[in-house]
Design a protein around this ligand. Structure first.
Ligand code: 15L
Length: 266
């Protein structure tokens, strides 16, 4: 059986680079970023596109079986950056997919769509969004687009509120929200393959003992995480600088994003 061709936007970014080798085991990949991807594997296609350029985005989606949308601005930033990359760009991508008849999209949403929930709360996929940043607002917008295109146009869309994807968790906050690359790839596979989805929201988190999220919707869809940040907890906590002393940062799930202005990520 021939492998499905999947468009991966934001392909030069850190998260995409971690998951590309794993995705290549199951899919042919068409990479897309603003510039050609420097470390392209010989089996990967590359169709550069600025997400604000609707014609370029239309060329990138042409002929693919599904889309994994990691493109856009990935931390807090000025509205002048978030608006084109994450609002206009995500709209262009959904619209290009609809027009090209591409029915499957996996959207890299973020924990920052709900970052103003407190850490002593356990939240599920159906809570009211509480974005902690302009960036978080743009992720709520992307989820709303997923809902619209799923329900109105019959597309099949999974929005994954990703915590933090890395080989290992890097601080105390990330012990709650960390996801391993292989667990994220498992969720992406569910988004690309599972029949009967209109629009679903799940948390992109490993099976962490310290998780703040009720991920039963992901489990219902078949997710069986293989990793738990707890194996790193002792080392992470020994190296952690401790609370910042600012309750806005320390008590909320979004951490520094709850305070950040246009200056960047964490
Ligand atoms: C995100 O959404 C960012 O893309 C990532 O760089 C991390 O900052 C992550 O959130 C986080 O909350 O740790």
């Amino acid at each position: 059986m021939t492998m499905k061709l999947i468009l991966l936007t934001g392909a030069a970014g850190g998260a995409a680079r971690m998951i590309r080798p794993l995705l290549r085991e199951t899919y042919r990949l068409r990479l897309s970023d603003r510039a050609p991807v420097a470390d392209r594997h010989p089996d990967e296609e590359d169709v550069p596109a600025d997400l604000t350029d609707a014609e370029a985005v239309a060329r990138a989606v042409e002929g693919v079986d599904g889309i994994v949308h990691f493109g856009g601005f990935s931390v807090e930033g000025p509205w002048e950056a978030i608006l084109p990359a994450n609002i206009e760009g995500t709209y262009n991508l959904y619209e290009a997919a609809r027009q090209a008849g591409v029915r499957r999209i996996v959207f890299a949403s973020s924990n920052h769509a709900v970052g103003f929930y407190r850490r002593d709360q356990t939240i599920g996929d159906n809570v009211t969004p509480l974005p902690d940043s302009r960036y978080g607002v743009s992720k709520v917008f992307g989820e709303a687009l997923g809902s619209l295109y799923g329900h109105k146009y019959g597309m099949e869309i999974l929005s994954i509120r990703i915590g933090n994807v890395l080989d290992r968790p890097v601080d105390a906050r990330r012990l709650a929200i960390w996801i391993s690359p292989r667990d994220l790839v498992q969720l992406i596979g569910i988004g690309l393959e599972r029949p009967g989805i209109r629009h679903e929201i799940v948390y992109g988190v490993s099976g962490n003992t310290r998780s703040w999220w009720d991920n039963s919707n992901a489990h219902r869809l078949g997710y069986r995480p293989q990793d738990d940040s707890e194996v790193f907890a002792e080392a992470v906590l020994a190296a952690d600088p401790g609370p910042s002393g600012d309750d806005v940062i320390d008590l909320h799930q979004g951490g520094p994003f709850c305070r950040l202005e246009a200056g960047g990520g964490a």
